[in-house]
Design a protein around this ligand. Structure first.
Ligand code: C2O
Length: 551
């Protein structure tokens, strides 16, 4: 194992997409940001220097951060922001993980332009558990907003209304030819040779939309999700929620000179609100023949794939159910077989009262909000929770009485649900070291149908069950899969349904769990776990680094 050094200079840059030039935040002037490449077991030291006028933090999404919680990155949870002119060196080791993850800003909506891939190769000499790819290609999906994303969310929080949606999706930063005003140079092209296997490392870095993705005339083999190997399966269409990553093998056809195909994506949108329903496309382009035997074959316009309709929940549900851990001798699925603590969390949108001197544009003059068990974590503490916890100064920062089940009983089949009200609090759950945890996440779908990509920091979890309607405490657990459930860091909680996850709390620190739709996150759909130190020295969180930013 080696130590790999990177430096991110955070600075503003003018970038033009879909006929609009805008000043965005970048790392090293790149959009999307620089690629991080490492091997399992390596240490990464990434020096982030903030030359921009905004406060920033960077989160290494999906990296377990074993005993290195100070470098996780969510603002005011594990660290205070890196202010203008300041530097913070993130420093962590990649333990027991290989695959594709990504990094992104974790403060307000700066993730809109500040994100990039993390490629973790297996240890030297260790093969993939699938055919060796000829080439590996990161493909990042994102969103392009014409306005400043920070202004969009601030306006939404002030008026209580839903925020403006993006004007385009992007593939590796480019919107592609299906948008008006997209030039050829605005299109990402993947040039391929016939008869080869490509490993596509797909990342959904979009702010607010799950995406259906398909490549015209091609099927792919899905081999990995959230940097965990899965049992390979073939499909021509897949779904990736914000926060999820997926490795797929694309075997190119043996003979297809000059052919072109669209790689296209558009949202799976269950909400009743406004959303961007546009389609982004990149182009898969086969080589021209190297000999002159086929000079007459001309390039034709690319073929389009068929994507599921916008609200195709059955496809979404079936697709998620197809993902199973590889669960081999080499890569076992260490699913907690017993549970020490059960939690039942309702998650969803709600409303909260408008302040006296405000006019709110949410439902019936209220403010949109979102919550876990009716508790909306919409106002961030003024100092970082992890520091407050570590130095025993939680007073006024957070309390530890987060409820194990909803404050207002939830019944999805009942008369109009009455638990739309939320209270604004910063609460956490305290877990002793090595607690085996099960959480049932029940979508409330109170304000129309909504799915929620739930992301847990500091851990992978196993998705042991899922279903529609009310979770049945008596009967559903009997059907849980505790043999080969998929292991991941982000799960789509189905619209009007539930998922059950399990994890072993073996990583001390303060860990955020939240919806990876930035709008729901801003509205308060987040909570925090505090995992206590264990007895042994290697079960404790070390003290903070000297350069940890101050608030
Ligand atoms: Cu990818 Cu808390 O985030």
């Amino acid at each position: 194992a080696t130590t790999r050094h990177y430096k991110f200079d955070i600075k503003l840059k003018n970038v033009t997409r879909v006929c609009n030039t805008k000043t965005i935040l970048t790392a090293n002037g790149k959009f999307p940001g620089p690629r991080i490449v490492a091997r399992e077991g390596d240490r990464l030291v990434i020096k982030v220097v903030n030359h921009s006028p905004k406060n920033v933090t960077i989160h290494w999404h999906g990296i377990r951060q074993l005993q290195s919680g100070w470098y996780d990155g969510p603002s005011y949870i594990t660290q205070c922001p890196i202010q203008t002119g300041q530097t913070y060196a993130y420093n962590f080791t990649i333990v027991g993980q290989r695959g594709t993850l990504f990094w992104h800003a974790h403060i307000t909506w700066l993730r809109a332009s500040l994100y990039g891939p993390i490629v973790i190769l297996p240890k030297l000499g260790v093969p993939f558990p699938f055919p060796k790819p000829y080439k590996q290609v990161p493909i990042l999906f994102g969103e392009w907003f014409n306005a400043d994303p920070d202004a969009i969310i601030n306006q939404s929080l002030q008026t209580g209304a839903g925020p403006n949606v993006s004007v385009a999706y992007t593939i590796n930063g480019l919107p592609g030819p299906l948008y008006n005003c997209s030039a050829n140079k605005d299109t990402y092209k993947l040039k391929v040779k016939p008869g080869k296997t490509y490993l596509l490392r797909l990342i959904n870095a979009a702010l607010n939309d799950e995406l259906f993705i398909s490549i015209a005339n091609h099927t792919v083999t899905v081999v990995e999700a959230d940097a965990s190997y899965i049992k390979p399966f073939e499909t021509d269409t897949f779904l990736i929620t914000p926060g999820q990553t997926m490795n797929v093998l694309l075997k190119t056809k043996p003979f297809f000179p000059n052919a072109t195909f669209f790689i296209a994506a558009r949202p799976y949108a269950t909400g009743s609100g406004t959303f961007d329903n546009s389609t982004v496309a990149a182009i898969l382009e086969y080589d021209s023949p190297t000999n002159t035997a086929f000079p007459s074959i001309k390039r034709l316009p690319p073929l389009k794939p068929t994507l599921p309709s916008l609200n195709d929940t059955p496809f979404a549900f079936d697709f998620s159910r197809r993902l199973r851990s590889l669960a081999s001798v080499k890569y076992p699925a260490n699913v907690p077989q017993k549970v020490d603590k059960h939690f039942f969390f309702t998650i969803g949108l709600g409303t909260s009262p408008c302040a006296k001197n405000q006019t709110c544009q949410g439902p019936n003059g209220t403010k949109f909000s979102a919550s876990v068990n009716n508790i909306s974590f919409s106002v961030l503490p003024t100092s970082a929770m992890l520091q407050s916890y570590f130095f025993g100064k939680s007073n006024g920062v957070y309390t530890t009485d987060f409820p194990v089940k909803p404050i207002i009983p939830f019944d999805y089949t009942g008369t109009p649900p009455n638990n739309t009200m939320v209270i604004n609090e910063t609460k956490a759950v305290v877990l002793p070291f090595n607690t085996s945890v099960e959480v049932v996440l029940q979508d409330t779908s109170i304000l129309g149908n909504e799915s929620h990509p739930l992301h847990l920091h500091g851990y992978n979890f196993f998705v042991v069950g899922s279903g529609f309607g009310n979770f049945d405490h008596n009967n559903d657990p009997a059907n849980f899969n505790i043999v080969d459930p998929v292991e991941r860091n982000t799960v789509g909680v189905p619209s009007g349904g539930w998922v059950a996850i399990r994890f072993l709390a073996d990583n001390p620190g303060v860990w955020l769990m939240h919806c990876h739709f930035d709008v729901h996150l801003s509205w308060g759909l987040r909570m925090a776990w505090i995992v206590l130190d264990g007895e042994l020295p290697n079960q404790k969180l070390p003290p903070p680094p000297a350069d940890l930013p101050k608030c």
